[in-house]
Design a protein around this ligand. Structure first.
Ligand SMILES: [Zn+2]
Length: 191
C-alpha cells in the first residue's frame, strides 16, 4: 500500500498501486479497481510502507485518570486550518491563536482551546495510529463524545484516555512553552 497526498486538497489517501507516465500519475485504490489519472504536480507520495505515518507522533507521560498510575500518551498534533500540518516546537502561537475556539475558551477559560487537532479529532489519523500501535491505541467508549473511537489505553489498567484529557494536556503544554517529544523515529520526519 502507498500513502499519497493530494496537494490541492491536502487529503491523504492510500493507493493499492501507483505508476508514473509522462506528466501523469495513475492510481488504483484497489487491486483490480479502476485506474485514475492525476496531474503529477498534484500528487505527493508520502511513503511506500503502510506502517509509516504521514504525521509526527508526539508522546508525553500522563497519570491515568482511573488508576492514577503513570502511562504514556501518543498523539498527533496538527493545525486545524491545515490538518496535515504538524505543530512543530517552538509553536507558531499566532497561528494557534488565529484558529482558537474562542467560544469554548469563553465557556471554560481554564485552557486556551488552541486551533489544534489531537488524537480523537481526525478519524483517519486515529485509525492509522491504532493500526500502527495496536497495543497502545484501542477502540474505547467515550461518555463525553457518546461514541467509540481510538484512544490511548492505560498501560496498567487499560482504561481509554479520551480526547478531552489529551486536548487539555496539549493545550497546557503549549501554553507553558514546553516541548513535546517525538515518539518514534519511524514516524515521518519533516524539517
Ligand atoms: Zn490506568
Amino acid at each position: 500500500m502507498i500513502n499519497f497526498k493530494n496537494v490541492k486538497t491536502g487529503e491523504i489517501k492510500t493507493a493499492s498501486s501507483l505508476r508514473e507516465e509522462g506528466d501523469k500519475i495513475y492510481i488504483r485504490f484497489s487491486l483490480d479497481g479502476k485506474e485514475y489519472g492525476y496531474n503529477k504536480n498534484n500528487i505527493e507520495v508520502i511513503d511506500s510502507d503502510a506502517t509509516e505515518l504521514p504525521f509526527r507522533v508526539y508522546t508525553y507521560a500522563k497519570d491515568c485518570y482511573r488508576c492514577h498510575k503513570q502511562t504514556e500518551i501518543l498523539t498527533y498534533i496538527t493545525y486545524v486550518d491545515i490538518p496535515t500540518d504538524d505543530v512543530l516546537f517552538p509553536c507558531d502561537y499566532d497561528r494557534l491563536n488565529k484558529h482558537q475556539n474562542i467560544f469554548a475558551h469563553m465557556q471554560d477559560p481554564s485552557i486556551e482551546y488552541y486551533g489544534i487537532n489531537v488524537i480523537g479529532d481526525i478519524e483517519e489519523f486515529d485509525y492509522m495510529l491504532m493500526e500502527k500501535y495496536p497495543d497502545r491505541i484501542k477502540n474505547c467508549y467515550s461518555k463525553t463524545k457518546n461514541k467509540i473511537y481510538p484512544m490511548n489505553a492505560c498501560c496498567h489498567c487499560g482504561t481509554g484516555q479520551g480526547w478531552y484529557f489529551v486536548y487539555r494536556d496539549i493545550n497546557e503544554i503549549i501554553k507553558n512553552g514546553a516541548k513535546l517529544e517525538l515518539y518514534s523515529c519511524n514516524s515521518k520526519m519533516k524539517v
